[in-house]
Design a protein around this ligand. Structure first.
Ligand code: MF3
Ligand code: CO
Ligand code: CO
Length: 291
């Protein structure tokens, strides 16, 4: 099956998987030092939105309110542009809000709205900003009240999965090495990896090549080079890997209604390793499994 454009592969964008009339494949861009500085700035701003919103994630707040707060912060305080707003990959209607909020069994691309958060909810907030033409993309899990033991464990293991993937990043690593490392860690804990969505190159475009799968075989796939920038953003389910799309055309949920978690960073391949671009004062440190 041909990979879909957008970060996103395979079925959810199956609307867009009608045989492409044009070859939309693009080369992986290597960022110049000047572009990397802009990516750093965009990355920090994305992470700072996630810092900013944390104290508002409380029982009784709506996801729409979280959206409005983030939107205002981006526009008025940062002078950034929320990339999701009106974003419309092939086959999709424009995304109507400025952030994604995905609650409990929602996997990704949840649309903020009237939903009132309650204690025991866990949610992913995914922020992508544009600053000076470049994108920064990051997401975190938030606990609304006290999470269940199962929810906390899933969020923790998913965080480790993201970092285990990131820690592989250096020139010469293959994308399959990253995917395999993430997959092994998730499956070791009895969890499953969502296959239909993946990390993505990022820069002037929100979603560029390459596609960064969160599963795979070691020693396969594209070899990393200094100057590449891409996201690592595993979506991990407590139950089965299958997903479906809601009738809103965006929200992805687990088919079996099991809990799902996701974390995301934007990373740069440096001459001897990686640099996480979506860092800020409030970003949690790497997990013990890394250091
Ligand atoms: N931020 C998501 C990602 O990590 C993409 C969201 S697309 C949107 O790639 F339109 F839903 F915002
Ligand atoms: Co992303
Ligand atoms: Co994102």
């Amino acid at each position: 099956m041909p990979p879909e454009r957008y970060s996103r592969i395979l079925t959810p964008f199956s609307k867009a998987l009608r045989k492409p009339k044009v070859d939309r494949s693009m080369a992986v861009t290597l960022k110049t030092p000047d572009e990397i500085e802009k990516m750093r700035l965009a990355g920090r701003f994305a992470s700072e939105v996630l810092d900013f919103i944390a104290p508002y994630v409380k029982p009784g707040v709506t996801t729409g309110k979280l959206n409005d707060l983030c939107h205002a912060y981006m526009i008025n305080e940062q002078g950034t542009v929320p990339a999701p707003l009106n974003y419309a990959p092939p086959g999709y209607k424009p995304f109507p809000k400025s952030i994604c909020t995905s609650v409990n069994h929602q996997v990704c691309h949840g649309i903020p709205g009237e939903r009132v958060l309650k204690p025991s909810d866990v949610l992913n907030i995914d922020v992508t900003v544009i600053k000076d033409g470049f994108h920064g993309d990051s997401s975190r899990m938030y606990y609304v009240g006290e999470p269940s033991i199962q929810a906390r464990r899933l969020c923790d293991v998913t965080y480790e999965c993201m970092w285990i993937g990131i820690a592989r990043v250096r020139p010469g690593t293959r994308l399959g090495d990253i995917g395999a490392a993430i997959q092994a860690h998730a499956e070791k804990h009895g969890y499953s990896i969502v296959r239909e969505f993946c990390g993505h190159g990022i820069g002037r475009k929100f979603h560029e090549d390459p596609q960064v799968l969160h599963y795979g075989k070691p020693g396969t796939g594209l070899q990393l080079e200094e100057g590449m920038t891409f996201t690592v953003e595993p979506m991990i389910n407590a139950g089965k890997p299958a997903i479906r799309e809601l009738s809103d055309g965006w929200t992805i949920v687990t088919k079996d209604h099991s809990l799902s978690a996701q974390w995301e960073h934007t990373v740069l391949v440096t001459h001897d390793g990686y640099d996480v671009l979506t860092r800020s004062a409030g970003a949690p440190p790497p997990p013990p499994v890394i250091s």
